[in-house]
Design a protein around this ligand. Structure first.
Ligand code: PMP
Length: 391
């Protein structure tokens, strides 16, 4: 039967892979209201607690009053307004790069950068655990597309040896479902030896890593030559929305001229750009947010180790617990929910088969006592799951 959607959906349910969208009935924050219940949440990417910050809200309200709500048109027609322009200048300065270009989402920034830089006759090489938007971008580009083993510079070098045309090496900065950091010094050295360019999607590192929040590139002290294409997103640590690519004057001009996901879409709301300018100011002035987050990460990892939870090797606010089967991940998440705690169960195809996990994320908005409460519930839930058998 053509378009047999009901069988497709039934198969998904039978495999414990059916996804549900929780309905958030409050603003973002540690304490939320979801589907009628008050819950303590550990699943947002609002790492610095800025999504609901009064100054960011005020900036957006003032921005809407002054500039209106809608972008109105694409950037190349008449959608590029003063707040977008100021935000691009501020982001470029913050990253220490000549120019930055604003996008409405990180998904689009990734599609734009990859498809504008490589095409037929070229090569794109990606970490096998890269975010879906990067993998989709590689396929869409029409370039020869190969994946290398996770974070493995030798595996990358072997593929670089067979590459032809312009070669782009693409990696997440912080892997979104594992929380580990890309081994950028080794990956960049391998790329340089073969004349390839490196593109880093630092969606989860930008704002949280590095002495000033400059992300993974700042943390490793890398230059524009090491990483010519840097992507940051604004819907996570910045608490707002959108994304940007930062790089040389020529890179940005190339994207403006050739990147279809840039050219053929309406600009983001100018009021949102005003909000992001306020977030950037807070992120720079309030270093205590990153420091508090670091303390919470240590606290969570120490506690989880004590209980014997299956932590992954992550120094970031993404602290997944590798539970194994989708059924076990769901049961643990459901147990926590009964205890008033919300955590996402991440299952295939988002992660490889047999590696379902609870993706615990920490935020500077959490208090230490809330992390302790989470650990207590996890200890009980993990013990209960042990008797449950692995399926
Ligand atoms: N890159 C990574 C690594 C991500 O995790 C995400 C979103 N979760 C994106 C890109 C897409 O960003 P956005 O949500 O702004 O589209």
């Amino acid at each position: 039967m053509l378009f047999d959607l009901s069988s497709r959906l039934a198969e998904r349910r039978a495999a414990d892979l059916h996804r549900q969208r929780p309905l958030l009935e409050s603003p973002q924050g540690p304490l939320v209201r979801v589907d009628g219940e008050a819950l303590l949440a550990f699943c947002s990417n609002d790492y610095l607690g800025l999504a609901n910050h009064p100054q960011v809200i005020q900036a957006m309200a003032d921005g809407a009053r002054r500039w209106g709500v809608g972008g109105g048109a694409s950037h190349l027609v008449i959608g590029h307004s003063t707040p977008h322009h100021e935000l691009e200048l501020a982001l470029a300065e913050f990253c220490g790069r000549p120019r930055a270009l604003l996008f409405s989402t990180g998904y689009m920034a990734n599609l734009a950068a990859v498809t504008a830089l490589v095409g037929q006759g070229d090569t794109v090489l990606q970490d096998r655990l890269n975010h879906a938007s990067l993998l989709d971008a590689g396929l869409l580009s029409g370039a020869r597309f190969a994946r290398y083993l996770h974070n493995d510079a030798d595996s990358l070098a072997a593929r670089l040896g067979k590459a032809s045309g312009n070669t782009l090496v693409v990696t997440d900065g912080v892997f979104s479902m594992d929380g580990d950091l890309a081994d950028l010094p080794a990956l960049c050295a391998a790329a340089r030896a073969h004349g390839a360019w490196v593109m880093v999607d630092d969606a989860h590192g930008f704002g949280t890593l590095g002495a000033t929040g400059g992300g993974i590139v700042e943390q490793f002290g890398l230059s524009l030559e090491d990483v010519p294409v840097l992507v940051g997103t604004l819907g996570k640590a910045f608490g707002t929305g959108g994304a940007f690519v930062a790089g040389s004057e020529e890179l940005i001009e190339t994207l403006i001229q050739f990147a279809r996901p840039y050219i053929y879409t309406t600009s983001q709301s100018p009021a949102l750009a005003c909000a992001t300018l306020a977030s950037l100011r807070l992120l720079r002035e309030e270093g205590w947010r990153r420091e508090h987050l670091r303390v919470l990460i240590e606290r969570f990892r120490e506690g989880a180790q004590r209980i014997g939870l299956p932590l992954m090797d992550s120094p970031t606010p993404i602290q997944p617990l590798l539970v194994g089967s989708s059924g076990r991940a769901l049961r643990l998440a459901q147990y926590l929910r009964q205890r008033g705690i919300l955590v996402g169960a991440i299952r295939p195809p988002t992660v490889p088969q047999g590696t379902a996990r609870l993706r615990v994320t920490l935020s500077a908005a959490h208090e230490e006592a809330q992390v302790e409460r989470m650990l207590e519930a996890l200890a009980d839930g993990w013990a209960a799951l042990g008797d449950d058998g692995d399926d």
